[in-house]
Design a binder for this molecule. Structure first.
Ligand code: DHB
Length: 394
């Protein structure tokens, strides 16, 4: 059967926060887009993701009219605690750099975007299948089958690959036209959602000789926590008692005791560092996890994706307003500037806070020296605070 032809200005693969944000911003300037997503809206909504938004990300959400729910239902955090050797050290973001972050899960960010695009009549098609992309160096085309089984050919001026870490778009870029950078870590995170009251008002990033743990929150009664584990670990091998015993070893002590409760969800989350450069090939532009992934320790993944989208939007808006490709041509370099800062920060936080299983006495003592050098210096604390809350310039 023949494919039904449709045309748009910007075809966007992926209806995660990056793809939906771009579609929303473009619509505000009268620029037409179609968003295609292979997952169902329900499936995206049910995936547990990370939760920290930089102040710049929050401003974009609110100022572009997506939603102000983050301000009403999110939690502003003015600092974090670094815990090591049984003691907590507060990094006071407000005092050090005058900024904050917001705890507001990515799932909620997605729901806000999806609702806003729907209310504005945006063309977002979930549960599409058999997608393939063509003519990246000319007028890009996407072949796909929609949720009702109808075949389409979507033609656009530009194609945006915001289709996540397993990006289909990225794989269509010839090897000779790109460089890929990888770094593997001998760690993964064991993540849980637990029914328990908050143990702390702020996030605790804990280093211990038994490994790293992160105490985060979701609601009054549900908490999100992680501990460093081997990437080969299997979640089903861990019952509640074994999980809590691991957390206790890593964070309890000196008067601090984690509040425990039934584990509602558990999962092993492997991670790595990855960058694909340049973030453009012909008329294909990559954004978010499709172009780069960071270890979760610095909470940078979603924030980087939103920064990409802001830059890409500026390039597209400038092109449709003036006919000039100047800002599209510099998109990759401008986006990668922040990507590499975030790669460094995430790598640094990961190596500073995780404990390799084969760490010898020197490695352990050096790591504690590094942690002390950060928390005891205003400059050290300020570097962490600036990177965590988001570098200026957006
Ligand atoms: C959360 C996840 C992170 O990777 C992080 O650095 C902080 C918080 C979270 O899921 O709450």
């Amino acid at each position: 059967m023949a494919r039904t032809p449709i045309t748009t200005q910007v075809a966007i693969m992926g209806a995660g926060p990056a793809g939906l944000m771009l579609s929303h911003l473009l619509a505000g300037q009268g620029i037409d887009s179609v968003v295609l997503e292979i997952r169902s809206r329900q499936a995206i909504q049910e995936t547990v993701r990370a939760g920290i938004l930089e102040h710049g990300t929050v401003n974009l959400l609110v100022d572009s009219g997506v939603s102000d729910r983050v301000l009403r239902e999110g939690d502003r955090h003015d600092g974090i605690e670094l815990r090591f050797n049984g003691e907590s050290h507060r990094i006071d973001f407000k005092e050090l750099v005058g900024e904050s972050v917001w705890l507001y899960p990515q799932t909620d960010v997605f729901m806000d975007f999806a609702a806003r695009r729907e209310a504005d009549g945006g063309d977002v098609r979930y549960s599409v299948t058999d997608t393939s992309v063509h003519d990246l160096e000319g007028k890009p085309k996407v072949w796909f089958t929609d949720a009702d089984g109808q075949d389409f050919e979507l033609q656009a001026d530009f194609l945006v690959g915001a289709d996540g870490s397993r990006s289909h778009c990225r794989r269509r870029i010839p090897e000779a036209a790109r460089t890929q950078y990888f770094h593997e870590y001998p760690f993964a995170w064991f993540g849980i959602l637990a029914e328990a009251p908050r143990s702390s008002e702020e996030l605790i990033y804990a280093n211990s000789e038994h490994g790293f743990a992160l105490i985060s929150q979701r609601t009054e009664n549900v908490q999100r926590m992680y501990f460093q584990c081997d990437p080969a670990e299997r979640a089903e091998d861990w019952d509640d008692e074994r999980i809590w015993a691991e957390f206790r070893k890593r964070v309890n002590g000196n008067g601090f005791e984690l509040k425990e409760g039934p584990v509602l969800e558990k999962m092993v989350l492997p991670f790595r560092s990855f960058v694909h450069a340049p973030m453009r090939h012909g008329n294909l532009f990559l954004a978010g996890d499709a172009a780069h992934t960071v270890p979760p320790t610095g909470a940078k993944g979603l924030n980087l994706a939103i920064n990409d989208v802001k830059l890409l939007f500026e390039g597209l808006e400038y092109f449709y307003g003036s006919g000039s490709t100047a800002l599209l041509d510099s998109y990759s370099d401008r986006a990668l500037d922040r990507v590499w800062k975030a790669q460094h920060f995430s790598y640094w936080m990961t190596s500073m806070l995780h404990t390799p299983t084969d760490a010898d006495d020197f490695a352990r003592a050096r790591q504690l020296g590094e942690l002390r050098s950060v928390v005891s210096s205003e400059h050290g604390r300020a570097y962490l605070a600036e990177a965590y809350t988001g570098w200026p310039g957006r």
